[in-house]
Design a protein around this ligand. Structure first.
Ligand SMILES: Nc1ncnc2c1ncn2[C@@H]1O[C@H](COP(=O)(O)OP(=O)(O)OP(=O)(O)O)[C@@H](O)[C@H]1O
Ligand SMILES: Nc1ncnc2c1ncn2[C@@H]1O[C@H](COP(=O)(O)OP(=O)(O)OP(=O)(O)O)[C@@H](O)[C@H]1O
Ligand SMILES: [Mg+2]
Ligand SMILES: [Mg+2]
Lengths: 253, 253
């Protein structure tokens, strides 16, 4: 049965999409059948994999609102073991349309259930907020990966995120665990970076991955070619970092 | 009468807070009476100025929901001509509580009206979304400053933001203008950075400030000391960039 992992943090620009794309690509390269779900109306995960959904395509919006099944929306990617459930900007509407629905936080879990057994891993990219889209993801997920940018504001929002995770564990999904905390855009030459890394390891003892993702311009170039880092520049530090992260996650089980 | 400028972009981590804090500080240093409003539940603008609102303090949440006036919430900062209307994480609740209210998008405009004449500039920092908090800001604002990070995903979200601005102009605030587009985290050595800057200038002819904010580690260090860049390191490139931006904005009138 597929393990569902959310990639979430309401702080913007911390590397959620970059982690979702590149972790899932490395899992697929290790021949683990993987589905990546784009639950952000910005659709950066979709475009970062070269997929630009049109108005007539079936996307996360149609699946979540109940007009289509997940299987209808899922497309292949340039990696054999990686499939994508794409997003579109119209997903913004779902935040409002879900509000009056019964069991509105459970919609994603319901629509993923029929396809769960087709994958070993399901990775879900979240928008930078703690609204209904992120709540749906945390309710559907077995665990959550928290990317933390090695910058000052990074730890400020942790209380809010952990609070939301607690609320989900109490009322919506008691099984939800923290899969791990990932340091992103790490630069060992900067005091600030080292300080944030040290504080994060104190704040989350035993949860922070030994792999940190270094700041690496190749990671920010890859999406403009619609490719994950392992297809854009396998020799880059970014690719090496995400390969080692995938190894850690596979071995954690 | 105070000119109200929103700093908005739903893409996360593009430098909204950094721009709100440092632009308003430079305007204050030029002895323009300035109010900075933190309308993001992450409250990064507040903490970046050394203000950590407690549960008992009056913040943007109490003002927006109608339990207090703006004047009750406003506090001074270390700069004589700069005041702050702080935020707190409980502001998250406002997104939901505002939904059933009459004229819910006009709340911020209503609460700012009584204090408008006390300031020459009012700068409002937005969260990374296009929900009711950002709609309130765009409805209250005379103009909007759009920070664009010099990275690939930066231009992807522009259509969505311009669409929202159009909707606000049609239904909520016909006077709303684009004050300007600001390139942030610019690094002239990187192809990607130069490409995004070039594309942005094509996409927004005559709206892009000639001042670009360079990537500068001192900008990301300053908030950990609760200081704007001009008090943390006036000699840094970051300080020079924001001083020159303030000059451009003052001369644009
Ligand atoms: N390790 C890294 N090194 C260099 N650039 C990076 C790295 N990780 C991400 N980036 C770049 O930083 C920017 C922000 O990353 P990304 O979009 O993945 O963050 P996010 O958390 O998904 O943002 P949002 O909150 O808007 O969804 C992007 O332009 C991305 O290419
Ligand atoms: N020009 C710059 N050079 C270096 N670092 C910067 C620069 N501008 C901003 N930063 C850093 O980048 C990170 C993101 O910036 P900031 O928090 O201002 O973005 P934001 O758009 O307000 O994010 P959010 O979407 O979460 O509100 C912060 O850690 C900040 O210190
Ligand atoms: Mg993202
Ligand atoms: Mg911000």
């Amino acid at each position: 049965m597929g393990k569902i992992m959310a990639v979430a943090n309401q702080k913007g620009g911390v590397g959620k999409t970059t982690t979702a794309i590149n972790l899932s690509s490395c899992l697929a390269a290790a021949e683990k059948k993987t589905l990546i779900v784009d639950l952000d109306p910005q659709a950066n995960t979709s475009s970062g994999l070269g997929c630009y959904a049109k108005d007539t395509d079936i996307t996360a919006y149609e699946v979540l609102i109940g007009n289509a099944s997940a299987a209808d929306a899922i497309v292949s990617t340039m990696l054999p073991y990686l499939s994508l459930l794409p997003s579109h900007v119209r997903l913004v509407g779902a935040e409002v349309e879900l509000v009056p629905m019964v069991a509105r936080e459970h919609k994603l879990k319901e629509v993923l259930a029929p396809i769960l057994s087709n994958y070993e891993y399901i990775i879900i990219d979240c928008p930078p907020s703690l609204g209904l889209l992120t709540l749906n993801t945390l309710t559907a997920a077995d665990s959550v990966i928290i990317p933390i940018q090695c910058e000052y504001y990074a730890l400020e929002g942790m209380g809010q995120l952990l609070n939301s995770i607690n609320l989900v564990q109490m009322h919506l999904n008691p099984e939800l665990q923290i899969e791990g905390v990932l340091l992103t855009m790490y630069d060992g030459r900067l005091n600030l970076s080292r300080q944030v890394a040290e504080e994060t390891r104190k704040y989350f003892p035993e949860k922070v991955y030994s792999t940190a993702i270094n700041r690496n311009v190749r990671l920010s170039e890859a999406p403009s070619f619609g490719k994950p880092i392992i297809l854009y520049d396998i020799l880059s530090t970014g690719a090496q970092n995400y390969i080692s992260l995938a190894k850690e996650i596979i071995s954690n089980g």
